[in-house]
Design a protein around this ligand. Structure first.
Ligand code: NAP
Length: 325
């Protein structure tokens, strides 16, 4: 996975005369915390002008000079090849500037650690390609001189009625109120009805940890008309590299076609990302769910009996292949 770490002022200014325009101790601490023991990547200009050594980080320096070999760092002479090679790695490579490296790496980045400096500074270098609308906020921390946000790439999955976006901790109460506390919603899925919002908070901790670790297909389903979070759809697991999808929808929104739309959007996304096949399973009695799957052109591949919540049930399996798109 490629991510980047950056601090910029209200004009997206990042540097002045080859150095950082500000000295904000708290911001250095945030940078240290985010990059400690990780792989970081920076341009030659930024590396040569570092105010001190960056201990306990594996550093790759980007340079066009084939004779440039500073001690203790890796060097790459081809940034784009490096980005292409590592963009879907489990290992995270954090791009740490400067301007030319940020600009080229931006389209490959799945996550971002951004300090929004509050005051304007004298700058001569900008992170001009950054657009907040490209990102969803995962975490936010307020400091005196800046706001720190951890961001995840906005996947831009929407149609005229619904939008799929990453969830975050601010969604916890809505998830609990809208479907996680409803035994009718949990009846046919693997998880048990949440007894209190504490159960939702516990699973949210796991989801956030998973988001932090890599490229995760888990989205909240939002009604565009009133911004209401009405459900969730995700890849629950990969079976031999084939994604299996699961979903939940608030009961008051059943039978309105929203899940059919959400499933269609996620399938499109997965095929676009290079998956050739998608699997989905539904308990036979769950007529609505089976219908959503069939409406999306999934092909029935078989059934299996399992014990689900102390009862024997029949599970239908379906698959959809890329050529059907
Ligand atoms: N605010 C922040 O968070 C932050 C973080 C880091 C840096 N900065 C600031 O950013 C400024 C430096 O930015 P910069 O753009 O001047 O320098 P830079 O990005 O740090 O380094 C540019 C170097 O990388 C080489 N390079 C660029 N693209 C390459 C590619 N595709 N393959 C191989 N080599 C490549 C360049 O070669 P060429 O010379 O041929 O172009 C040049 O040697 C400084 O002011 C610094 O303080 C700010």
């Amino acid at each position: 996975m490629i991510s980047f770490s950056v601090a910029f002022d209200p004009n997206k200014g990042i540097g002045n005369k080859n150095v950082m325009p500000w000295h904000i101790k708290e911001e250095f601490k945030v940078f240290r915390r985010n990059t400690m023991n990780k792989n970081i990547v920076m341009g030659q200009t930024t590396y040569d002008n570092l105010p001190g050594k960056l201990e306990n980080r594996i550093i790759t320096v980007v340079s066009i000079d084939p004779n440039y070999h500073p001690e203790g760092v890796e060097v790459t002479n081809d940034l784009i090849a490096f980005l292409k090679e590592h963009q879907f790695d489990e290992t995270e490579y954090i791009i740490c500037g400067g301007a030319s490296i940020y600009r080229q790496a931006y389209p490959y980045a799945h996550k971002a650690y951004v300090s929004f400096i509050k005051k304007e500074y004298e700058v001569d270098t900008y992170f001009d390609v950054f657009e907040m609308s490209d990102w969803n906020i995962l975490e936010q921390e307020e400091y005196d001189e800046f706001i720190y946000r951890e961001l995840v790439r906005n996947v831009d999955l929407e149609d005229d009625e619904i939008l799929l976006r990453h969830i975050n901790r601010d969604d916890t109460q809505a998830i609990y109120n809208n479907w996680a506390n409803d035994p009718e919603v949990s009846k046919y899925v693997m998880w048990d009805t949440h007894k209190s919002v504490e159960d939702t908070k516990a699973i949210m901790d796991i989801w956030m940890e998973q988001y932090h670790k890599g490229v995760i297909y888990r989205y909240g389903i939002v009604l565009k008309s009133n911004n209401e979070l009405i459900g969730m759809i995700d890849v629950v697991k990969f079976i031999d590299g084939v994604p299996e999808i699961g979903y939940n929808l608030a009961r008051k929104h059943w039978n309105k076609g929203y899940m059919t739309r959400a499933l269609g959007l996620l399938c499109k996304r997965l095929f676009k990302d290079g998956f050739k096949e998608i699997i989905i399973k539904a308990i036979d009695e769950n007529i609505g769910s089976n219908r959503v799957i069939q409406k999306n052109g999934f092909e029935f591949i078989g059934t299996r009996k399992i014990i689900h919540k102390d009862k024997e049930v029949t599970v239908n399996s379906y698959k959809k292949q890329l050529k059907e798109e």
